[in-house]
Design a protein around this ligand. Sequence first.
Ligand code: T46
Length: 141
Amino acid sequence: MLQNVQRIKLDSKGDARGQLIALETFSSQVPFEVKRVYYIFDTTPGTVRGKHAHKVLRQLLICVSGSCVIRCDKGDGAEPVDYSLDWPDQGLLIEGMVWREMHNFSKGAVLLVLASEHYELSDYIRDYDVFVKEVNEAKER
Ligand code: T46
């Protein structure tokens, strides 16, 4: 498990009819105010998405249908860690500076993301070398 990346088991309200998961802002499962929701679907086979880090954004990722793998890298020289999401009660909370890449999307996969901020291009770091430099500079502060 990486610092700033946490698997969250979402509380499913199951009964004979099936399962239901409710997510609320500022709960133990969503520890931030949700300002934006987006979802990724109909991905091209073999595609890799993401390939960036965020400066401030906090996000909870849930693969609500199918499966995918989220590769997380702290930029500190340690090996990246792969988190597989393959059931709707599994969440991955990513906070702080983490380089993320989403891959191995199954056919029909839908990746739902709850985000703490509105869409802001200036929050993205899309160059891996710049990301590593910023991680190192933060360590020296
Ligand atoms: C992240 C991973 C998990 C918008 O207009 N509004 C939005 O809120 C988002 C997220 C994207 N867009 C536009 C920008 C691009 O034209 O949608 C297009 C695809 O976005 P992007 O290439 O950034 O998508 P991914 O899958 O590489 O990354 C996304 C999020 O951007 C990112 O924050 O952490 O999913």
